[in-house]
Design a protein around this ligand. Structure first.
Ligand code: SF4
Length: 425
């Protein structure tokens, strides 16, 4: 069990959009940001709804122009999740967003630092119980307007201790900025300290978590394309979350934000920080023993199960019986492949032995039937009835030890084995 750091809880939302609690004993929430223009009202509503359907608890939108905050008046009533306005440079956009019924504001001390302007935004949010995220991003934290100050700060950035210097600037500016909020007796604050450098982000969030009790919004900013951004984000965020630090997360991909939501949720499921929705799929990586096109099968199984199965059924797709039974321990539904066929088990009981082309349909069918039984109270998730007895490789799976020993095992030749992508479509 991960012991989470205690933070001062903030709440955003309303009856129409639901309430999301951040910090305290609330589950770690997942947020993302629309990639399209906010002023493009119908497209923005469609994107928010798509992200909410993927599991986003909170969706942020950019409001760089007046037409964006005007659009919020139509967008907010048309969606079902709390919406955050991302405000840069123009404090007036924050005031407009509050007027439009926004649920949370994001401000950046690097971009709006005028004390009076910040106080105006705080007063507007306070009057409506709207929380504010203070984001001290590495990319915008160095002074830009005051040339003398900028030169001094850049001197440190280009020094040998770039890492320590950035940390010092981020924390100092955060402290200075938060003072404006405290002076206004405003504490509905969430803090973020994003960087593209995962190690800097770990150190920044760790230091901030020691100094402030406000909930933390974790993220690695501008992390890159999904293929690399996933690792760049999940390594540091997973490290922080496992240490109990972090109350809400956003992965930042140069890709469809639906992936940010799916991957963020998967990370939280892996750490037992959220209760899984839908199937928990494990699969073997395959090796020289494989005799079916397992990679394709796994992708098909993953896509179909995500569409159909709502319960967190644990499903194992194993390429053979060598390690399959042991590694499928605890799976509710498991398939072990052999020579162009597969044997399916449900909670330890063998239920089918089918040729390769029928594995997908049979497995889906068994998952559906199992889900129905759980829903009727006739079965329980994770409750194995009997130990899996490995199938007979000679008779049942057709890949006899003698065939394997003689090198007589036909391998799948499908081009798809060498042409796989991680596309989710
Ligand atoms: S389950 Fe069998 S095919 Fe899959 S990796 Fe393990 S030994 Fe190889």
């Amino acid at each position: 069990m991960i012991e989470r750091r205690k933070t001062r809880q903030v709440v955003l939302g309303d009856d129409a959009h639901g309430y999301v609690r951040i910090g305290g004993d609330a589950p770690v929430s997942v947020q993302t940001m629309t990639a399209g223009y906010t002023w493009d009202i119908d497209a923005c509503i469609a994107e928010i709804n798509k992200l909410a359907a993927a599991g986003a608890d909170i969706v942020r939108v950019a409001v760089p122009e007046k037409k964006d905050t005007e659009a919020l008046k139509e967008i907010i009533p048309a969606v079902k999740v709390p919406i955050v306005a991302d405000v840069h440079f123009h404090f007036q956009r924050a005031l407009d967003a509050v007027e439009a019924g926004i649920h949370k504001i994001r401000l950046n001390p690097g971009n709006i630092s005028d004390r009076k302007q910040v106080q105006e935004v705080i007063a507007a949010c306070k009057s409506r119980n709207i929380p504010i995220r203070v984001g001290v991003n590495e990319g915008s934290i160095v002074e830009r307007k005051d040339k003398q100050k900028r030169l001094k700060e850049l001197g440190g950035v280009f020094s040998d201790n770039r890492h320590g210097h950035f940390l010092a600037i981020m924390i100092t500016k955060l402290e200075e900025y938060l003072d404006i909020f405290y002076e206004s007796d405003f504490y509905d604050i969430v803090i973020s300290a994003k960087s593209t450098d995962p190690v800097l982000a770990i150190d920044a969030y760790t230091e901030i978590s020691k100094r402030f009790d406000h909930p933390l919004h974790l993220g690695i900013t501008h992390a890159g394309p999904r293929e690399t951004a996933m690792i760049r984000s999940c390594v540091p965020l997973g490290h922080l979350l496992a240490a109990g630090i972090g109350d809400t997360i956003r992965l930042s991909y140069a890709s469809d934000p639906v992936f940010e939501v799916e991957d963020g949720l998967e990370m939280l499921y892996c750490l037992n920080l959220r209760q899984r929705k839908g199937v928990d799929l494990i699969a073997c990586p395959t090796c020289g023993r494989i005799q079916v096109d397992l990679f394709t099968l796994v992708q098909d199984v993953r896509r179909k199960l995500a569409e159909e199965i709502k319960l967190p059924i644990k499903v194992a797709v194993m390429g053979c019986i060598v390690n399959g039974p042991g590694e499928a321990e605890g799976a509710d539904v498991a398939i072990f492949a052999g020579d162009r066929r597969g044997i399916i088990y449900v909670q330890g009981e063998k239920v089918a032995n089918v040729p390769e082309e029928k594995i997908l349909d049979s497995l889906l069918d068994e998952c559906r039937k199992f889900e129905d039984r759980v829903n009727r109270g006739e079965a329980k998730l994770g409750e194995k009835k009997v130990d899996i007895i490995p199938p007979d490789p000679i008779g049942e799976l057709g890949s006899g030890f003698d065939k394997i020993a003689a090198g007589d095992v036909e391998k799948p030749t499908s081009a798809r084995l060498t042409d796989l992508t991680i596309s989710k479509t």
